[in-house]
Design a protein around this ligand. Sequence first.
Ligand code: KG4
Ligand code: ZN
Length: 350
Amino acid sequence: MSNEPLVLGIETSCDETGVGIVRGRTLLADEVASSIDEHARFGGVVPEIASRAHLEAIVPTIERACRVAKVQLSDVDAIAVTGGPGLVGALLVGTASAKALAFALGVPLFAVNHLAGHIVVDELEHGPLPDSVIGLLVSGGHSSLIKLTGSDFHALGATLDDAAGEAFDKVARLLGLPFPGGPWIDQLAQSGDGAAIAFPRGLTSPHEGEANRLNFSFSGLKTAVARWVKQQEQAGNTVSIPDVAASFQEAVVDVLTQKAFNACQDTGIDHLVIGGGVAANSRLRALALERALRLGISVRIPRPGLCTDNGAMIAALGSRLLMGGAAPSDLAFSTTSVLPIETVVLNELG
Ligand code: KG4
Ligand code: ZN
């Protein structure tokens, strides 16, 4: 039997009930129950519906993960759970379950930062992260550039308005596509021309200042797409949805990759890891690899199933913390809807 710890991770920050089990950095199970179908007709995640769905799914998902990993709960060495950021009612279902499990099993509990999980999950696929690495985190709620040195996470830049995934979802809605729109735009863009329409690249022009070199802005892009579609319709022109999707997507991934490599250049770190739901985007993956090759930077991106929310990323982060000797959380910790990346594990008393 390996000496590496067996860690069970629970993720309930949004609409996915995720339970992952890892041994060290080896993934044994990654079970996800999504309530996305229940939210689709509202065009976004409804917090109350998400909380109720987590309550129904949490125990069966834990049981399924144990079955898939072929382990008993009594084998588990530590529990990890998303402590924030996220929807408070949704987080509470996961954290209450995790506290009960940790208490009953007598094992340490790590209440961890969801955003850090999106970066660290790559260790399950590509092995230990380098000592210094730039993280590009692109999800439905966040777009940030992060510097990870040893066990310290440090924010280098973030979006000033919409997150990248939010922009995908809003533009998809405008084009009459279902929620969440990211995967639909990705798919439609494959038959469109990314150079058809020159949409703006937010915060990339010199007059927008060096201060925003590592920050993002996507709300102007969303407005530009809306205005362009309206103008074409008013002029009686047929709008090619694949061309709009591809051109919008190109604008987003152009900015994301430019700024991620700016961060590498500014810090002298030549390793980049990309995580979060938008990292599942096929064009972002291709362009990042292409530009990295030219710049001599190594890029790691987990497979798409590990980019969108899951329990494995939380188990991976818990396992990394445990193996690195980090102090676990006190059972009295509080969940929090807002959590800066610098706080990787919650251990203050609630
Ligand atoms: O990380 P995630 O699963 O949840 C949050 O923590 O927010 O990210 C969800 C976001 C959604 O906005 C969704 O549209 C986007 O990730 N997304 C994509 C793709 N797959 C998911 N965006 C672009 N292309 C995709 N293939
Ligand atoms: Zn996420």
